[in-house]
Design a binder for this molecule. Structure first.
Ligand SMILES: Nc1ncnc2c1ncn2[C@@H]1O[C@H](COP(=O)(O)OP(=O)(O)OP(=O)(O)O)[C@@H](O)[C@H]1O
Ligand SMILES: [Mg+2]
Length: 138
């Protein structure tokens, strides 16, 4: 189990860089963590490091947002919080995204746990008593 510490928001970028280095070629990243744990915030930092110029926000109306990285490749940002049934993931065409070879950053992956590819990198974010965040991953 790897662990990274986000001490505060100023520290976010450095940790995001480190994280991307450590996960190597993994493209499907599932972010577990309770409400307000810092999933969107961390994904925003990852997108920044990857050169995304679009606004990174949790998808509000759609389940998935698409951004473009510095090389012109798409990055998919899912917020599955409102998915209640697996059919909704099928309707969304989740496999097109998951098997595209592009980054997929997934919030609330519990909602489509069974559909996650085997090589999904699972990440857990927890809030610390000192206000920082722990980032755990395999
Ligand atoms: N590393 C951090 N250090 C300090 N504050 C943080 C950190 N990460 C997130 N926060 C703060 O916590 C709040 C919630 O963060 P965020 O929206 O990223 O959580 P989330 O896990 O995406 O929540 P949700 O489950 O509702 O989508 C924000 O106000 C954010 O500024
Ligand atoms: Mg969020």
């Amino acid at each position: 189990m790897n662990k990274l510490l986000i001490k505060d928001l100023d520290n976010l970028h450095l940790v995001a860089k480190d994280f991307l280095k450590q996960i190597g070629d993994s493209k499907i990243i599932a972010f577990y963590g309770s409400m307000g744990a810092g999933k969107t915030t961390f994904i925003k930092a990852l997108c920044d490091v990857l050169g995304v110029k679009d606004t990174v926000n949790s998808p509000t109306f759609a389940i998935v947002n698409e951004y473009t990285d510095a090389d012109g490749n798409p990055i998919y940002h899912f917020d599955c919080y409102r998915i209640k049934k697996l059919e909704e993931a099928y309707d969304l065409g989740y496999d097109q995204y998951f098997f595209s070879g592009n980054y997929c950053f997934i919030e609330w992956p519990e909602m489509l746990e069974q559909l996650l590819p085997e090589d999904t990198k699972k990440v857990n974010i927890t809030e610390r008593e000192d206000g920082g965040r722990n980032v755990f991953f395999d």
